[in-house]
Structure formats: structure tokens, C-alpha cells
Ligand binder design. Structure first.
Ligand SMILES: [Zn+2]
Length: 318
């Protein structure tokens, strides 16, 4: 069994729920069309899309506004250079433009992208006004706190510059203790698919916290290592996990196969019983390649929540 672009649902059974992809990046309005087309083939009917105001506006004018809940990407360069005023201005724009969320991205690489020359921590007092305003507006956050464990062993050995993964996660927990956000999504399984016990503890400690399954290869690789513990995690926390891919369209040239392989791999992983299926795209992060998909065969009830109901509830508060 393998991925086949001419038979996109190869290996999948009929699905009795719609799917909401709670994490995609839409960098241009034109690029949304192929995403919509391929998404539909896999049962995706709604998106949470991270998009700039002009892209959001065009999509709304094209009549796609109902298909997307939008997130505003806060300027990460302003976090790197310690310029909270710019972030506050962006928050005002997100608020006045009726965004559903704000996106915050703290993969340690961001310090290099913007040649940061000051130490960074989420807990720096200079960022207090930012989190206070997010709290005041009550706008949900979509936050990337840390990167895969493997990267800390390889790329991020300068722990003075990048902090350890534990440090980054603890800074995040401090923020959650200090502010009362209505709710938020910590993406990539709370950045900790390698440590389900800790994710479970965080979900218990913070009732406003949700997690997503963005980054197909990271999720398939780590959550597929011990499918029994992943299944019990889902049985316990299935109302707090949102299906997501992190597909990115309109930034660089990406074809339909890029979109289809991610949806196919995730659906095979969550829904099927198939074991040791080769991931249909490269996973450079795996020290022992190739990466295999080991199907979790989640129950119908869990899939209904994880694929649709949780996101519906998250994005349509009463
Ligand atoms: Zn993302």
C-alpha cells in the first residue's frame, strides 16, 4: 500500500465526518484554490488560515470568507528586536479586522532569521503589554513554542542563545499562569509529541489549552513510535486535539502532490490499521530513515471530535 496521486483515497475507508484543517498558511489568495480543491478530495471543508489582511480581504471578496477562520501573524521580527510597540499595533489591526486568532511563532531559528542581538525569553517584562493586550481583546492565540527534540540536539546547541526546550516550555507555562486567556492552541502537539505524559499534564493544568497535529512528518514520526500510548492519549484528551497540517501555499511553488501527500499520510495515520507504510515524502529529521506511518485506527467518536467538532466549538463560541 502506498500513496498514489491518481487514486488519492487509496487505503482509506469512507469517512462519516467532515474535516476542519485548523492550521494552514495562505500567503496569496490565488494559492488558496488548489488547497481547497485537494482539501475537498480528502474531506476538508473548513480551514483556519494564517493570512495577511490583504489576502484575507481578497478571499472574502472572492466569496471564500465562510470557508476560512483567519489568524493574524504577529511580527516575529519585532519579538526578535524587542519592539513591543509594533506588536501592539499589529494586535490592534487583528482586532479591528475581525481576525479569529493571532499567530505567534517562536521556533528558535527566528532569532537567526532576524539576526537578533539581544537575549530572548517569552517572560521578558518588555513583552508584558503584548500578552496583556491579547488577554484584554480575548483573541485566541495559535502559538508555536518550541521545535522537535532532535533539533535541540543538533541545530540548537548554543543554549545561551536558543534556550533549552525545557526553558522555552516553562516560559510558556508561566505566561499561561500569569494571564487568563479564554483559549489558545499550542501547535505541533504542544511542541512535545515526544513526551505525551507532559502534554497530558499541561492539558490537565491548563483547561484553556488546546493542541493541534500540524507538521505531518513530526507527528507521524513521533506519535507513531508507540501507537498504544498515542491511542490512550487520544482516548483521554480527544476533545482538546484539533486536526491540522501546517500546509503552506503561495510562498513557494508547491504542486498538488505536496498537498495530497500530507492529507493522505495524516488520514492513513489517524484512521487506518495499516502499519509500516512508507511516508510519501522525505523526512530529513529522522535519524533512522525512512519514516513509516503506523496507523492508529482511532474510533469513530474520537475522529468526529478531532476532525470537526472540536474546531467547530473552538471557532464558533456562543
Ligand atoms: Zn504553521
Amino acid at each position: 500500500m502506498q500513496f498514489d496521486l491518481s487514486d488519492p483515497l487509496n487505503g482509506l475507508s469512507e469517512l462519516n465526518t467532515k474535516i476542519w484543517d485548523s492550521h494552514v498558511h495562505i500567503w496569496s489568495a490565488d494559492a488558496f484554490e488548489p488547497l481547497l480543491k485537494i482539501g475537498r478530495q480528502y474531506g476538508v471543508h473548513q480551514f483556519m488560515g494564517i493570512a495577511a489582511p490583504d489576502v484575507k480581504k481578497t478571499l472574502e471578496e472572492n466569496g471564500h470568507g465562510d470557508l476560512v477562520n483567519f489568524a493574524y501573524y504577529l511580527p516575529i521580527d519585532a519579538f526578535a528586536s524587542h519592539e513591543p510597540e509594533r506588536i501592539l499595533k499589529a494586535l490592534d489591526e487583528a482586532h479591528s479586522e475581525n481576525y479569529s486568532m493571532v499567530k505567534l511563532w517562536f521556533g528558535p531559528r527566528f532569532l537567526d532569521f532576524f539576526k537578533a542581538d539581544k537575549p530572548f525569553s517569552l517572560n521578558l517584562p518588555i513583552f508584558d503589554p503584548v500578552f496583556s493586550l491579547i488577554e484584554k481583546y480575548g483573541i485566541p492565540m495559535d502559538i508555536h513554542v518550541a521545535d522537535p527534540d532532535i533539533w535541540y540536539d543538533t541545530k540548537y546547541q548554543d543554549i545561551i542563545r536558543y534556550r533549552t526546550k525545557n526553558q522555552a516550555m516553562n516560559e510558556f507555562r508561566n505566561i499561561l499562569r500569569e494571564y487568563s486567556f479564554p483559549k489558545l492552541i499550542s501547535v505541533h502537539f504542544n511542541s512535545l509529541p515526544e513526551h505525551l505524559d507532559q502534554v497530558s499534564k499541561d492539558l490537565t493544568d491548563f483547561p484553556n489549552l488546546y493542541i493541534d497535529t500540524a507538521s505531518t512528518k513530526w507527528m507521524v514520526r513521533e506519535l507513531g513510535k508507540n501507537i498504544e500510548s498515542t491511542r490512550s492519549f487520544f482516548e483521554k484528551h480527544y476533545t482538546r486535539v484539533l486536526f491540522a497540517t501546517d500546509l503552506s501555499v503561495g510562498w513557494e511553488d508547491r504542486d498538488e502532490e505536496y498537498l495530497a501527500t500530507r492529507y493522505w499520510a495524516q488520514r492513513i495515520f489517524w484512521e487506518s490499521n495499516h502499519q509500516k507504510i512508507k511516508l510519501p515524502f522525505p523526512d530529513a529529521d529522522n535519524p533512522n530513515p525512512p519514516t513509516y506511518i503506523n496507523g492508529l485506527n482511532l474510533s469513530k467518536k474520537i475522529l468526529e471530535h478531532f476532525y470537526w467538532k472540536n474546531a467547530y466549538k473552538f471557532f464558533n463560541p456562543r
